[in-house]
Ligand binder design. Structure first.
Ligand SMILES: NC(=O)c1ccc[n+]([C@@H]2O[C@H](COP(=O)([O-])OP(=O)(O)OC[C@H]3O[C@@H](n4cnc5c(N)ncnc54)[C@H](OP(=O)(O)O)[C@@H]3O)[C@@H](O)[C@H]2O)c1
Length: 256
């Protein structure tokens, strides 16, 4: 057995929101390959089913994380299925353009609800179980935008990730006495369908990627597995002295 497939999470139960695609799917599979049972949450049953295909440890739950009562539903489903919660990965997010001067309430409120409020309520609902298991919360942030989003329209998305990072650091302090660690990963531009999911066409996606790569010293997009790797590493018992960090996984974007 190689280290990557060693059963580091044998007996552990993991929740991954937005587990039907992209970084969330790779994260769910990484945990499952290392022995975890994983609940993947998303709004699209077919995407979740694809994540769970050939992975007996992965269970789908169709839910909108921003719906009232979703946090309780997700936590109750995990507890019924697994009897414990060891790791919560807040990964689901949406990107909506909101350039100042043309910020639409619907776009702004959807981003608030999915990207910030949903992780907040989910941590709150999972807390009693995370405390019992000396569990870990991993919040998925963003590296691009930490100094100001380079193109108009993405700044509200970046601001909500910055708010999530503040919660990551604050909760790390507040939950330490309960044995719960809280960390984040901040991906640079990663090869996923996130552009498609925000309604961009192929040309716009190409243009966006070209601009984003200009901010990446390593000069390429990251792969989903390269982010999932660190999400799982941070959740491992061996990382037990690490809390309150938001780890850039960004090809050097933050220092470039
Ligand atoms: N790709 C990048 O370059 C990049 C860079 C920095 C940070 N990130 C972050 O990485 C995370 C994953 O992004 P990704 O690139 O893998 O993009 P993605 O493929 O668009 O993943 C987002 C996932 O969230 C789910 N989702 C969206 N709204 C939801 C809701 N209301 N309830 C439940 N699930 C919902 C989507 O599934 P459904 O639509 O089926 O619900 C989808 O599976 C996000 O937090 C994103 O902000 C990505």
């Amino acid at each position: 057995m190689t280290d990557m497939t060693a059963a580091h999470f044998s007996g552990s139960a993991v929740i991954v929101t937005g587990g039907g695609t992209g970084i969330g799917r790779a994260t769910a599979r990484t945990f499952a390959e290392q022995g975890a049972q994983v609940l993947v949450v998303g709004r699209t049953a077919a995407r979740l089913a694809e994540t769970a295909a050939d992975a007996p440890g992965i269970r789908p739950l169709v839910a909108d994380v921003s719906a009232p009562g979703a946090a309780e539903l997700i936590v109750n489903t995990a507890m019924e299925a697994f009897g414990r919660i060891d790791v919560l990965v807040n990964n689901a997010a949406v990107v909506r353009q909101a350039p100042v001067g043309d910020i639409r309430r619907e776009a702004a409120e959807e981003m608030f609800a999915v990207n910030l409020l949903a992780p907040m309520y989910l941590v709150q609902a999972a807390l009693p179980h995370l405390s019992e298991s000396a569990g870990v919360v991993i919040n998925v942030s963003t590296a691009i935008g930490q100094r100001g989003w380079p193109m108009p329209g993405g700044e509200l998305y970046a601001a909500l990730k910055a708010a999530l990072d503040t919660l990551t650091r604050s909760w790390a302090v507040q939950l330490a006495p309960r044995g719960v660690r809280v960390a984040g990963v901040a991906p640079g531009p990663i090869a996923t369908a996130i552009g498609q999911h925000q309604g961009l066409d192929a040309e716009q996606i190409d243009a966006l990627r070209t601009t984003l790569i200009e901010h990446v010293p390593l000069g390429r997009l990251g792969q989903v597995e390269e982010v999932a790797f660190w999400i799982a590493q941070l959740a491992r018992r061996e990382a037990g002295y690490t809390t309150g960090v938001v780890l850039p996984v960004d090809g050097g974007a933050l220092v470039g």
